[in-house]
Design a protein around this ligand. Structure first.
Ligand code: PMP
Length: 443
């Protein structure tokens, strides 16, 4: 397994134009070495619109990667809602505010009725951190079960639940790491096998005197490589963690707000989570995140702890989030994710039929993971990296994921069109053809 982050820029690995080199060096000097840039040749983006990004020279890139601007970069309705509220008032949740309550009501209406409260944070990390605290308060347990290459955020508590962050991440003694739910050709018993892994992990926690508090999963398993099929396979695991006294936390930071073609990724699985965390596309780039929970769990937490988050649920962020719901509905973006997603899937499946180096096409709506295969010339990870950078050279942005960094990660803004999908497919075919003529790792 590789340790560096997939698609990370490696300083010094490629010769860059002097101006770009200087900008990269300036950033390294100011921000230090923990940050990573994407691509062999980093991007300097200055403007966004819809599914497109523009660099400092005015060159247009098709964005097939960024899921945060879910309704499209700089959507005018979101910008308008943000600026209107920013000019009127921005405070916090210690005053009554109808905008916050109207949004909470609207958000809860998208959830199963059992989830009756919303709590606001500023980031997905904080949402998972809070969900964990609630789960631990409500169950009296501390144990958490996660998947092998999960990412759940950056706080001390959730970085310990994010092996994807790098080998320096210390997964805590209360954490059990289980394999991601499937691997190529896993077949219909994937749900059973995943649930058995959950059971074994819970039993191991108990044997070590640790009561399980939660199974925490990204419902599309983005960093693990996008495991989405068959729909429904998570239900058994959710039942299993409950049988062991723990809760099921659906991390919807990636899957939520229409990405899978429905509002929430967990809905595909016919289950009702105990806690749902969300973020990224919630404010279309404005930092708003949060969780929905069963009221009894929030009560157990609130019995002994109060909650306040200075920026979490401020009226300006909430106005942006509210506009996101409007645009999702008014522009039929979930229906579009289904339609364009199906078109893109057909295209990739067709491409895979004529390119043996392409493996499984894992998709739900516009959440895609396309697995690459190794052959005599290329390792799967090297080919994935070459493909990502080849697409970038053709002004199409995707990235890579998976524990072996061998999966193309594609999650465009939901305004992505059929024509955009065709452009991505054509460019992928062209880059694969280029790579076939090139020695592995060759420039
Ligand atoms: N959970 C998942 C599944 C994520 O993908 C991310 C962000 N990549 C987070 C949580 C953390 O969200 P944030 O970066 O907003 O803290």
């Amino acid at each position: 397994m590789r340790q560096a982050m997939a698609n990370a820029f490696v300083p010094g690995a490629a010769l860059l134009p002097a101006e770009l080199e200087a900008r990269v060096a300036r950033r390294a000097r100011l921000l230090g070495p923990a940050y990573r840039l994407f691509y062999e040749r980093p991007l300097h983006i200055v403007r966004g619109e819809g599914a497109y990004l523009y660099d400092a020279d005015g060159v247009r890139y098709l964005d097939a990667y960024n899921n945060v601007p879910g309704v499209g970069h700089c959507h005018p309705k979101v910008v308008e809602a943000l600026t209107r509220q920013a000019a009127l008032l921005n405070t916090h949740t210690r005053y009554l505010h109808d905008g916050v309550l109207d949004y909470a009501e609207r958000l809860l209406a998208t959830m199963p009725p059992a989830l009756g409260h919303v709590m606001f944070t500023c980031s997905g990390s904080e949402a998972n951190d809070l969900a964990l605290r609630i789960a631990q308060a409500a169950t009296g347990g501390a144990g958490v079960i996660i998947t092998a290459y999960a990412y759940h955020g950056v706080t001390q508590a959730v970085a310990q639940l994010s092996p994807c962050l790098g080998q320096g991440v210390v997964v805590g003694p209360h954490v059990r790491v289980i394999p991601a739910p499937t691997s190529p050709g896993a077949g219909p018993d994937v749900g059973r096998r995943f649930a058995l892994s959950v059971r074994a992990a819970a039993e191991d926690l108990l044997q070590h005197g640790i009561q399980p508090a939660a199974l925490l999963v990204d419902t599309v398993f983005t960093s693990d490589g996008n495991y989405v099929d068959p729909a429904g396979f998570l239900a058994e695991a959710a039942a299993e963690i409950r049988a062991q006294g723990g809760l099921f936390i659906a991390d919807e930071v990636q899957a939520g707000f229409g990405r899978t073609g429905g509002m929430w990724g967990f809905s595909r699985h016919g289950l009702v989570p105990d806690l749902v965390t969300m973020g990224k596309p919630m404010g279309n780039g404005h930092p708003i995140a949060g969780l929905a929970a069963r009221p009894a769990l929030v009560q157990a937490f609130a019995d002994t702890v109060r909650y306040f988050n200075t920026f979490g649920g401020n009226p300006v962020s909430v106005a942006a989030a509210n506009a996101v719901l409007d645009v999702l509905r008014d522009e039929g973006l979930m229906e579009r994710a289904v339609e364009v997603g199906a078109h893109l899937k057909r295209g990739f499946v067709q491409l895979a039929a004529s390119h043996p180096c392409l493996g499984e096409v894992r998709s739900a709506g516009l959440a895609f993971g396309v697995a690459l295969r190794e052959d005599d010339a290329w390792s799967a990870a090297d080919r994935t990296s070459a493909l990502v950078n080849g697409l970038r050279a053709r002004r199409i942005l995707v990235s890579a994921s998976g524990i072996a960094q061998d999966v193309l990660k594609i999650r465009p803004p939901l305004c992505f069109s059929r024509e955009d999908a065709d452009a991505l497919l054509e460019a992928t075919a062209a880059v694969l053809a280029e790579l076939a003529d090139r020695p592995a790792g060759g420039a």
